[in-house]
Write a protein that binds this ligand. Structure first.
Ligand code: ZN
Length: 137
């Protein structure tokens, strides 16, 4: 992975945060998810008056990617004003597809606050291999 790619992904995540719909928390999050085929998907958090219906930036990017046929990923950049980390739900959703995903957290100035593999952020994660084989139908 090149420094240029990482920098492009950081820029994309920060830009995506600018689209956040956050009337309740005021906490903007942007995400940029890089698929192994070179495509990139961005997302922002989208809040809702019915709070449980909110969706995070990371899952927005993931769902966009999967819905367009991508299921293999190697880099996620998450941008917040304080370099915050992905929530547990996002870690779990991402673990399904990329347990070894590199997760880079940055603030809005592009400073890296953390850089860790997903399986380090979600130790002993539950994934597809955790399930027993399907019974014959
Ligand atoms: Zn989340």
């Amino acid at each position: 992975m090149t420094d240029t790619l990482l920098q492009d992904m950081i820029t994309a995540a920060i830009k995506a945060a600018g689209f956040a719909y956050i009337p309740y928390s005021g906490y903007a999050v942007g995400a940029a998810l890089h698929a192994t085929d070179g495509t990139r998907y961005t997302g922002c958090n989208v809040e809702n008056a019915a709070y449980p219906s909110c969706i995070c930036a990371e899952r927005t990017a993931l769902v966009k990617a999967v819905s367009e046929g991508r299921q293999a990923f190697d880099l996620l950049v998450v941008a917040t004003r304080n370099g915050g980390s992905p929530c547990g739900s996002c870690r779990q959703m991402l673990y399904e597809f990329a347990p070894k995903l590199r997760v880079v957290m940055v603030d809005f100035d592009g400073n890296i606050t953390a850089d860790a593999p997903l399986d380090g952020l979600l130790p002993l994660g539950f994934g597809p291999s955790s399930l027993p084989p399907k019974p014959n139908t």
